[in-house]
Design a protein around this ligand. Structure first.
Ligand SMILES: [Zn+2]
Length: 170
């Protein structure tokens, strides 16, 4: 069979439903609501997504015994620009994922990760204690040199401005 480069790339892209780990599909980790190409720029980035799924998302799913809802995983530069993400966002390196566990307070999810998993940076984002479904959890993981950085992002309800404070304020 003869494939030209374009049809081969199209064939690979048509397999976005492949499982990276037992419970997470590639499509969940590269989904975006923005009209921009969000296909990983290299096979290594797909492997990095698989690494985060294995060591973070699968562990969280097993501990809480509930499905994990992925809000955002990999972001191409185009998508990151559209969401006004940090220029150094680990989402662009396929090292970070934003997620929630429906039915579990995001503060409890972040606290469990802090106490039990290896991570590079863990951010409890826009969470309000007493409102379990408020906010989300951002967690990044690298193969070597994980910093165990902990931050809490708080949104000013009046101005909408987000400020980061050190540590987990769950
Ligand atoms: Zn994030």
């Amino acid at each position: 069979m003869n494939y030209d480069a374009q049809s081969l790339a199209a064939a690979i892209k048509s397999r976005q439903d492949i499982m990276l780990t037992p419970h997470f599909r590639l499509s969940e980790l590269i989904r975006t609501s923005h009209r921009a190409d969000n296909w990983p720029s290299s096979p290594e980035e797909i492997l990095k997504l698989q690494y985060v799924c294995h060591w973070v998302l699968e562990k969280v799913r097993t501990h809480f015994g509930r499905p994990v809802s992925v809000n955002s995983g990999y972001r191409s530069k185009a998508v990151n620009d559209l969401v006004a993400g940090s220029t150094r966002s680990q989402h662009m390196k396929a090292e970070a994922v934003d997620f929630e566990v429906p039915g579990i307070a995001n503060g409890d999810v972040a606290t469990w990760i802090r106490n039990n998993l290896v991570f590079d940076q863990l951010i409890l984002e826009c969470y309000t204690a007493g409102e379990p479904s408020s906010g989300w959890v951002h967690c990044s993981l690298v193969r070597q040199g994980n910093r165990r950085s902990l931050l809490t992002a708080q949104k000013n309800r009046r101005t909408g401005k987000i400020t980061y404070v050190n540590g987990l304020q769950a």
